[in-house]
Design a protein around this ligand. Structure first.
Ligand SMILES: *[C@@H]1O[C@H](CO)[C@@H](O)[C@H](O)[C@H]1NC(C)=O
Ligand SMILES: *[C@@H]1O[C@H](CO)[C@@H](O)[C@H](O)[C@H]1NC(C)=O
Ligand SMILES: *[C@@H]1O[C@H](CO)[C@@H](O)[C@H](O)[C@H]1NC(C)=O
Ligand SMILES: *[C@@H]1O[C@H](CO)[C@@H](O)[C@H](O)[C@H]1NC(C)=O
Ligand SMILES: *[C@@H]1O[C@H](CO)[C@@H](O)[C@H](O)[C@H]1NC(C)=O
Ligand SMILES: *[C@@H]1O[C@H](CO)[C@@H](O)[C@H](O)[C@H]1NC(C)=O
Ligand SMILES: *[C@@H]1O[C@H](CO)[C@@H](O)[C@H](O)[C@H]1NC(C)=O
Ligand SMILES: *[C@@H]1O[C@H](CO)[C@@H](O)[C@H](O)[C@H]1NC(C)=O
Ligand SMILES: *[C@@H]1O[C@H](CO)[C@@H](O)[C@H](O)[C@H]1NC(C)=O
Ligand SMILES: *[C@@H]1O[C@H](CO)[C@@H](O)[C@H](O)[C@H]1NC(C)=O
Length: 852
C-alpha cells in the first residue's frame, strides 16, 4: 500500500482512532469472562473490566479485612455488589464451570450465588453500561446484574415494579401505580410519591408495566405502554451539565433515595437529588428511641445527628449512634411510678396506615395522660398544628425527629425522675460555648428587666388598690393562674380534706354528688365535688378528667384538678362566687329576694348558649351535656354564666354509631327532651330542648312545669305558648321585672327562640350555634310552631329520674353532628371509654335504634 501523504504521524493517529472505534463496536458485548475464571479478595488489582474500562468487576474493600465483589465505575464508585455480606481476604469470586457466579469464603462456604447452574451459561461479560450478563449459547442473556440490582440503578438500566433495591432495613420499589415507595423493614412506608395527576389520570390505578429509568443527563422518569411520553419524576441538580459524568440512583444505608453524579476517574460522588428532602423524616434513621436532629438551627444540608430523648436513656452503641437508644431503667421495673418526659418540638414519626387504636383527637395534656395510663404505650406525639392529632406509640419501634420549627410535642414514658438532656443538646452539641454564653446573658438580662417591671407594676398596683374590696378576689384570680397552665392538678385525698376543713362547708348537692367549698394551699377558693357511685377504674377516670380539663371556654366552669385515690373520686373546680342561676330566678320560692335585672338575664342566656355551643360544635370531643338546668348554670362575681357538670354524664363518640349504649339516664324533670322517654337516640338536640326550657324560665322567672290557677291548671310552658299566640307577651315575663326598663325586642327574641328549642321533633330544633345567632339578632327568627308535645300535655311534666345509682361518670355513644369529620378515626378518650360501655351493655339500658 503506497500512500502519498504529507504527514505520516497524522495518518497513524487516524488509523489508531479508526481501529479503536471499530474494536469498540466489535468488542463491546464480547469482552468475555470464560467459565472457571476467578477473582481473589487478596489481590485487589485483579479485575474483569468492560471493553473500554468504564466499569470493572473486582473486589473492593469495605473496611479493614472486609471485602465484597462489586461492579465499580471508573474511579471506584460501586454500582452493584454480589450480595451484601462482606468477606475476608481469603475469599474468592468465580464463574464456576457449572455456569453460576459464586462468592466463596476461605473455608469453602458459598456466601452468594447467582443460581444459574442449570441455565446452560457458556460465558459472562461486563458491558460498557455496567451490566454484567451471563450468556447462554447464541449470546442470549440468562442472568444480568441489571435484572438483579442491589442498591443502585444506572442509566440504561430498566427498573420495573417486580424489582427491589435494598440497603440495610430499607427498601425501594416502584409500585404498579407508578409511585416510588420507600419502606423500613418491609412494613413502614415512609415515602410514597410519584406521578402527579396532571400527567395521567391513572394515578391511583395500576399501569401496564411501568419502568423507571435514569437518563444519562439526569432525568428520572417513568414510562409505560399507556404513556405517549415518559413522565418525569425528578431532575438532578446538575442536569445535562459536564461530560464524562455518571449519574446514578441509589438507596443509601440512611434510607434516602438519591441521584448522585460522579466524574470519570474521580472516585467521588456528589448528591444531586433526594427523594426525602428532610433526612430526619426517614423512619428509623436514628434507631429505636433515637431522636434525629440537626447541628445548628438551620443547617439541614449537613447530616443529621442522633441523640437519645434524655439522660434516662443510653446509646446502644456509643460508636454508632444510629443503632438507637435504650432506657437505663426499663418501665417494667418501676410499675406505678412511670412518668412522661416532655420533648418540645419533637415528633415520633407516624405513617399511615396507623392502627386506629393508636390515633386520637385529643388535647395535648390528654395525649400525655392517655399514654401514661395505657400500659402498652411507650411514647406519644401530639401535633400542635391545629389537627389535634395524638399518636400513641407501642414498643415496636419509635423513631424521633426534633426540629425547632416542628409544631409538635412528644412524650416518652420513663421511670422517674426525669433527667432531661442539657438544654438544646442537639443544636448546641458542636456549637461554640461562647454562643451559649451569649444566649444566657441575653436571657438573664431580659428576665431581670421583666422582673423589675413586674415588681414595679405590682408595687404600684398594690399601692393604689390595696384598699379596694376587689383586691382579695383579684389576688385569688392571680393565684388561680398557677393552675391555668393547662394540665389538671392531681390532689391527694388528705390535701382536699384539709382544704375543705373535712368537707364541712357544703355548697350544694348536685346530681353527681355533694359540692364543698375549699381553699387550696395557695389560697385559691375552689369547689370540690365528691363524686358518688363511681364504678370506673382509675385509668378511665383519669382519661375523662383529661378530656374535661382540656375543654376550655369562657362560659364553662374550669376544672382545676382532681383526686383519685382508692374509692375516692373528686373533682376540683374553680369557685363561682354567685352560685347557681336557680337562686336568682326562683327567688320567691324561698323568699331570699336576690333578683337579676333583664340585661343580666339576657347576658346569662347568651353566655349559656355560647358555652353549650362550644361543647356541641367547637370542642374536639363533642360533648352532650344531658343535664342542662338552672342549677347547673353558675354565675361568677360579674354574673357571667358558666355551665358546670359537662362531660360528667356523657361524651359523644361520633364514630361509633352502632353501639348506643346508655349507661345512665340522668336529667331532671321538666328539662328532659321527649326522646329520653321515647327510646330515641339522644343527641345534642336533647340539650337544645333543655336549654329552651331554661331560657323560658329566665324570661318568666317560673319553673316550666309549674301548674297553677293562673295558668288555667296547665303546665307553664304550655300556657306560655298559648299566651304568646294571643300576643300577651307581658303576661309571660317575670312580674318582678315590672318596674324595669325591659328591652321588649330582646324578650320577644328570647321567647321565640325558647319555643323553637322545645319543639318535640329534634330535627325542628335549631343547633346551638344558630340559637346564639338568633339571640344576638344576627339571624331572623321565624314564628315558632306550637311545640306539639305541649298541646298533648304529656311529656314535660313527667317526672323522670331513672338512675340515681348508676355511674356518674359514664360515657355513651350517641349520634350527633361531628364538628369536624376530618377523619374516620375521630375517637379520642371517648373511644376508649366506649369499649368499656360495650362491656357493660348487658347491665345497662341498651339502645339500638339506627341513626337517622
Ligand atoms: C497492585 O498494583 C499496584 C500499583 O498499581 C502495585 O503497587 C501493587 O503491588 C499491586 N498489588 C498486587 C498484589 O499485585
Ligand atoms: C440446556 O441444554 C440442554 C441440552 O442442550 C437442554 O435440554 C435444556 O433445555 C437447556 N436448558 C435451558 C434452561 O436452556
Ligand atoms: C465507553 O463505552 C460507552 C458505551 O459504548 C460510551 O458511552 C463511553 O463514552 C465509552 N467511554 C470511553 C472512554 O470510550
Ligand atoms: C430497557 O427497555 C427498553 C425498552 O423499553 C429496551 O429497548 C432495552 O433494551 C432495555 N434495556 C435493558 C438493559 O434491558
Ligand atoms: C422487622 O420486621 C420483622 C417481621 O415483620 C420483625 O420480626 C422485626 O422485629 C422487625 N425489626 C425491627 C427492628 O423492628
Ligand atoms: C401515589 O402517590 C400519591 C402522592 O404522590 C398518593 O396520593 C397516592 O395515594 C399514591 N398511590 C398509591 C397507590 O400508593
Ligand atoms: C405535575 O407535573 C407537571 C409537569 O411535570 C408540573 O408542571 C406540575 O407542577 C406538577 N404538579 C404538581 C402538583 O406537582
Ligand atoms: C394493582 O396491583 C397490585 C399488585 O400488583 C394489586 O394488589 C392491586 O389490586 C392492583 N390495583 C388495581 C386497581 O388494579
Ligand atoms: C393516559 O393514559 C391513557 C390510558 O390509560 C392514555 O390513553 C393516554 O394517552 C395517557 N396520557 C398521557 C398524557 O400519557
Ligand atoms: C432554613 O433555611 C431555608 C433557606 O435557607 C428556609 O427556606 C427554611 O425555612 C429555613 N428553616 C428554618 C427552620 O428556619
Amino acid at each position: 500500500m503506497t500512500l502519498n501523504s504529507s504527514s505520516s504521524s497524522s495518518l497513524s493517529l487516524l488509523l489508531l482512532l479508526l481501529s479503536l472505534s471499530v474494536s469498540l463496536n466489535f468488542i463491546s458485548s464480547f469482552a468475555d469472562i470464560s467459565l472457571g475464571s476467578s477473582l481473589s479478595a487478596s489481590n485487589l488489582n485483579q479485575s474483569w473490566p468492560s471493553p473500554n474500562s468504564t466499569f470493572s468487576l473486582s473486589f473492593i474493600q469495605r473496611s479493614r479485612n472486609s471485602f465484597i465483589p462489586a461492579i465499580t465505575y471508573s474511579g471506584g464508585v460501586p454500582i452493584w455488589t454480589a450480595g451484601s455480606t462482606p468477606v475476608d481476604s481469603s475469599a474468592s469470586f468465580q464463574l464456576h464451570s457449572s455456569g453460576t457466579l459464586r462468592l466463596i469464603s476461605g473455608s469453602g462456604a458459598i456466601i452468594w450465588d447467582s443460581n444459574t447452574q442449570r441455565l446452560n451459561v457458556t460465558s459472562a461479560s461486563l458491558d460498557d453500561s455496567g451490566n454484567l450478563v451471563l450468556l447462554k449459547n447464541g449470546g442470549v442473556s440468562a442472568w444480568s446484574s441489571f435484572d438483579n440490582p442491589t442498591d443502585t440503578i444506572v442509566p440504561s438500566q430498566n427498573f420495573t415494579s417486580d424489582k427491589t433495591l435494598r440497603s440495610g432495613y430499607y427498601s425501594f420499589t416502584l409500585l404498579k401505580s407508578g409511585n416510588l415507595s420507600l419502606k423500613w423493614n418491609d412494613s413502614v412506608v415512609y415515602f410514597n410519591q410519584g406521578l402527579n395527576s396532571t400527567i395521567n389520570s391513572t394515578v391511583n390505578s395500576n399501569l401496564t408495566s411501568p419502568i423507571l429509568r435514569l437518563q444519562p443527563v439526569g432525568i428520572l422518569s417513568i414510562s409505560d405502554v399507556s404513556f405517549n411520553t415518559a413522565a418525569i419524576i425528578a431532575y438532578s441538580s446538575d442536569y445535562a451539565e459536564g461530560s464524562d459524568i455518571l449519574r446514578f440512583l441509589s438507596l443509601g444505608s440512611d434510607g434516602n433515595l438519591r441521584i448522585f453524579s460522579s466524574a470519570r476517574g474521580s472516585g467521588s460522588t456528589t448528591r444531586r437529588w433526594a427523594a426525602v428532602t428532610d433526612q430526619c423524616e426517614v423512619f428509623g434513621y436514628c434507631g429505636n428511641m433515637g431522636i434525629c436532629g440537626y447541628n445548628g438551627y438551620n443547617d439541614s444540608s449537613s447530616d443529621p445527628l442522633c441523640e437519645c430523648p434524655s439522660q434516662n436513656f443510653e446509646f446502644i452503641d456509643q460508636n454508632d449512634r444510629r443503632k438507637g437508644c435504650r432506657r437505663k431503667v426499663e418501665i417494667d421495673s418501676c410499675p406505678g411510678s412511670a412518668t412522661m418526659l416532655e420533648l418540645p418540638h419533637t415528633k415520633f414519626l407516624t405513617f399511615q396506615p396507623e392502627l386506629s387504636s393508636q390515633v386520637f383527637f385529643v388535647g395535648i395534656s390528654a395525649c400525655r395522660l392517655n399514654c401514661l395510663v395505657t400500659g402498652s404505650c411507650v411514647a406519644s406525639t401530639s401535633l400542635s398544628d391545629g389537627t389535634g392529632l395524638c399518636y400513641l406509640k407501642t414498643p415496636d419501634f419509635v423513631s424521633g425527629f426534633q426540629n425547632p420549627a416542628l409544631p409538635s410535642t412528644s412524650y416518652v414514658k420513663v421511670c422517674g425522675p426525669v433527667l432531661p438532656n442539657p438544654s438544646g443538646s442537639l443544636q448546641a452539641e458542636e456549637k461554640s460555648k461562647s454562643w451559649r454564653l451569649k444566649a444566657w446573658i441575653v436571657v438573664v438580662a431580659v428576665l431581670a428587666t421583666l422582673m423589675v417591671l413586674v415588681v414595679l407594676e405590682g408595687g404600684l398596683w398594690y399601692w393604689c388598690c390595696r384598699n379596694s374590696p376587689k383586691f382579695v378576689s383579684l389576688s385569688a384570680q392571680y393565684a388561680l393562674l398557677e393552675y391555668a397552665s393547662g394540665a389538671p392538678v392531681q390532689f391527694s385525698y388528705k390535701e382536699l380534706q384539709r382544704s375543705t376543713k373535712g368537707f364541712k362547708d357544703k355548697l350544694g348537692a348536685g346530681g353527681f354528688g355533694a359540692v364543698y367549698r375549699g381553699v387550696l394551699a395557695n389560697r385559691t377558693v375552689v369547689a370540690v365535688k365528691q363524686l358518688e357511685g363511681i364504678e370506673q377504674g382509675e385509668k378511665q377516670f383519669r382519661m375523662e378528667v383529661a378530656t374535661i380539663s382540656s375543654t376550655h371556654h369562657l362560659n364553662l366552669v374550669r376544672l382545676v384538678g382532681f383526686c383519685s385515690e382508692g374509692k375516692h373520686r373528686l373533682l376540683v373546680y374553680e369557685f363561682m362566687k354567685n352560685g347557681s342561676l336557680d337562686n336568682f330566678l326562683f327567688a320567691n320560692e324561698e323568699g331570699s329576694g336576690k333578683l337579676l335585672n333583664w340585661q343580666s338575664r339576657f347576658n346569662i342566656a347568651l353566655g349559656t348558649a355560647r358555652g353549650i355551643t362550644y361543647l356541641h360544635e367547637e370542642c374536639r370531643d363533642c360533648i352532650v351535656h344531658c343535664d342542662i338546668k338552672p342549677e347547673n348554670i353558675l354565675l361568677d362575681e360579674n354574673y357571667n354564666a358558666k355551665v358546670s357538670d359537662f362531660g360528667l354524664a356523657k361524651l359523644i363518640n361520633p364514630k361509633d354509631h352502632r353501639h348506643r349504649t346508655l349507661t345512665s339516664v340522668r336529667g331532671t324533670r321538666g328539662y328532659l327532651a321527649p326522646e329520653w322517654l321515647a327510646n330515641l337516640p339522644i343527641t345534642s338536640k336533647s340539650d337544645v330542648y333543655s336549654y329552651g326550657m331554661v331560657l323560658l324560665e329566665i324570661v318568666s322567672g317560673r319553673r316550666n312545669f309549674e301548674v297553677s290557677q293562673e295558668t288555667n291548671r296547665k303546665k307553664f310552658s304550655l300556657w306560655a305558648y298559648e299566651e304568646f299566640e294571643k300576643g300577651n307577651v307581658k303576661g309571660i315575663v317575670d312580674k318582678s321585672l315590672a318596674g324595669e326598663d325591659v328591652d321588649i325586642e330582646q324578650v320577644m327574641r328570647a321567647m321565640q327562640v325558647s319555643f323553637w328549642c322545645i319543639q318535640e321533633q329534634p330535627s325542628q330544633r335549631p343547633m346551638m350555634g344558630k340559637v346564639v345567632q338568633m339571640l344576638e339578632g344576627i339571624t331572623e327568627i321565624e314564628k315558632p310552631p306550637a311545640p306539639k308535645a305541649l298541646t298533648e300535655g304529656s311529656v314535660g311534666g313527667t317526672s323522670v329520674n331513672m338512675s340515681s345509682s348508676t355511674s356518674a361518670l359514664s360515657t355513651f355513644a350517641a349520634s350527633a353532628p361531628a364538628p369536624s369529620s376530618s377523619s374516620s378515626t375521630h375517637t379520642g378518650v371517648s373511644a376508649l371509654a366506649s369499649d368499656r360501655n360495650i362491656e357493660r351493655a348487658s347491665s345497662s339500658l341498651l339502645r339500638s335504634s339506627s341513626p337517622n
